[in-house]
Ligand binder design. Sequence first.
Ligand SMILES: NC(=O)c1ccc[n+]([C@@H]2O[C@H](COP(=O)([O-])OP(=O)(O)OC[C@H]3O[C@@H](n4cnc5c(N)ncnc54)[C@H](O)[C@@H]3O)[C@@H](O)[C@H]2O)c1
Ligand SMILES: [Fe+2]
Length: 283
Amino acid sequence: MDTSKAIGIIVNNPEFADVRSLEGVAPTKQHAVFTIAVPTTAGTAAEVTINYVITDVEKKRKFVCVDVNDIPEVAVVDPEMMYSMPKPLTAATGMDALTHAIEGYITKGHCTISDMFHLEAIHLIAKNLRAAVENDKAGREGMALGQYIAGMGFSNVGLGIVHSMAHGLSALYDTPHGVACAILLPLGLEYNMPVAGERYRAIGRAMEVPYIDSMNDEDAAKATIAAVKKLGHDVGIPADLKEIVKDEDVQFLSESAFADACCPGNPRDTSVEEIAALYRSLM
Ligand SMILES: NC(=O)c1ccc[n+]([C@@H]2O[C@H](COP(=O)([O-])OP(=O)(O)OC[C@H]3O[C@@H](n4cnc5c(N)ncnc54)[C@H](O)[C@@H]3O)[C@@H](O)[C@H]2O)c1
Ligand SMILES: [Fe+2]
């Protein structure tokens, strides 16, 4: 879907023939060619977002393009298209959707309307991802809806450091996008706790964490992070980056993450050095 979006934009805006010129918010003038988007995974929500992500294989980096002209005219979100996904793909893409909903909920630009989408998406994903991994019909339906609703939210407000840091892992090591997001999500929540922690209780409530409303703020935030970790663990996501990241790449990865279009949306202002320390904490 992302490739189609880029092609659709370039066909109608040939002055951007080099896709690299579209990074960030691109000043295209024409809407992309008429596009019908049919997701076959329950994750990216690219069928409804204003984003597409491209891998620059020469520079070994992924970059995000943000352009209202790329939204497909029609989205066909049919859970039957997702039945054939193997378990690891279902898990990874589902955790990508959870990351969209959670990062979108705590991002700097969040607002009442995006909060509504994100909390409902978190609820649907937490409730249905385990069943979807087992190819349960209701689970697949809940995930198709949950990922889509998350897209309705984050496309309007942005994401954060988890996506910034995840992009480099896919560009350098071919780590599936959802796996990279899922490994980094609990770490991102811990890092953002000093500035966004008071919003974690609502995330935990949406995930149906027991007794969340009788906890103090700190315990509620920690219980929420634990629930996110447990969901990732239950669907088979690795707990750390030990098998993925090489020490000599940390500086390049951190610089790429800091320059990533998702980084400014992170609730806590960050730096290349702090991002490097975050990568290293999981190695
Ligand atoms: N546009 C956005 O807003 C947005 C948001 C998040 C991520 N992304 C990007 O989306 C990309 C990841 O997309 P994805 O997670 O959907 O995976 P994908 O499209 O890369 O597919 C992963 C693999 O799964 C296979 N596959 C897809 N559907 C299948 C099915 N139903 N049954 C069996 N196999 C199937 C594909 O052929 C492919 O080999 C990344 O590049 C990521 O950066 C975009
Ligand atoms: Fe994503």
